[in-house]
Design a protein around this ligand. Structure first.
Ligand SMILES: Nc1ncnc2c1ncn2[C@@H]1O[C@H](COP(=O)(O)OP(=O)(O)OP(=O)(O)O)[C@@H](O)[C@H]1O
Ligand SMILES: [Mg+2]
Length: 261
């Protein structure tokens, strides 16, 4: 048996004529946490949608192998049946359903004790949340935690977590890291997507994406160091308005320095 659970080979994706992913290669072993780090717009979510088989995200080239099976052409439902799941960057709300019932939808074991344990794993007291409706009254961070609890209760073979840290206070990043480690301990491999390099420290291995390509792979500490040297300066210069920053002289100077390194 192949030692990888997920293997991505030369995956490319175009959308509306734009190249979004270019010849991406990636491997995740069973039960490991693999960090996928990259700046905004580098293609991380698009890769997640291709891996999950979302509509409109069939790759233009390349192959996806999951548990020794070529899943490139399989529909989303088949991939889910094989044990692949995706926690969205912006979780769906399932308006009105009690949190407990929402967790039970995909849970491997839906008895109350297991659902409560899943909420405890994301530091939400079950007594306060199990019966609470999933609706607009939940904060973004609470919804995000409930989404993580749902994946925890599901116990898939591979969980793709798209920015599990977004919308959650910096102070609670440790909680998020702890639940990801617990997922791995109970046998779920995790592809953890993030643009915050401190999150990568929770991973066993990591990849760095830049403009639709994986540009660096290996030990999380090395990937983090590379990101800090090569990517973070660009992010700081670009800020929220890349088109303006890209025209500014300071940006040109910085890019020149980068290319000389
Ligand atoms: N249909 C499309 N047509 C053109 N460009 C697209 C389309 N869909 C996505 N893109 C572009 O592809 C790039 C990758 O987007 P994606 O959402 O995968 O990035 P990301 O790494 O997840 O970013 P973030 O950290 O902000 O979530 C972006 O520049 C985005 O604008
Ligand atoms: Mg994204």
């Amino acid at each position: 048996m192949d030692e990888t659970l997920l293997r991505v080979e030369n995956l490319s994706l175009k959308r509306d004529g734009h190249a979004i992913l270019s010849r991406v290669n990636l491997a995740v072993r069973p039960g490991e946490v693999h960090g996928l780090l990259g700046l905004n717009g580098s293609g991380k979510s698009s890769l997640a949608y291709v891996l999950m088989g979302c509509a409109g995200y069939a790759p233009d080239e390349g192959r996806i192998w999951f548990a020794d099976q070529d899943i490139t052409a399989l529909p989303i439902s088949e991939r889910a049946r094989l044990g692949l799941t995706l926690a969205w960057q912006e979780p769906a709300r399932f308006e009105g359903l009690p949190v407990g019932a929402y967790l039970a939808l995909g849970a491997k074991d839906s008895d109350r004790h297991h659902l409560a344990a899943a909420l405890e794993a994301v530091a939400l007291p079950p007594s306060a949340y199990l019966k609470r409706p999933v609706n607009h009254a939940l904060s973004g961070g609470e919804r995000k935690r409930i989404e993580l609890a749902a994946v925890f209760a599901m116990r898939p073979k591979l969980a793709i977590l798209d920015e599990p840290d977004s919308g959650v206070d910096t102070l609670t990043l440790g909680d998020i890291a702890a639940v990801i480690r617990r997922m791995a301990d109970q046998g779920t491999a995790v592809l953890m997507i993030t643009h915050r390099d401190e999150m990568v420290t929770v991973a066993d291995s990591a990849s760095l994406m830049c403009q639709g390509s994986v540009v660096f792979q290996g030990d999380p500490a090395e990937v983090r160091q590379y990101y800090g040297r090569r990517c973070r300066p660009h992010a700081e210069l670009l800020g929220a308005q890349p088109w303006e920053a890209a025209r500014s002289p300071s940006f040109e100077v910085q890019m020149q320095r980068e290319s000389e390194r």
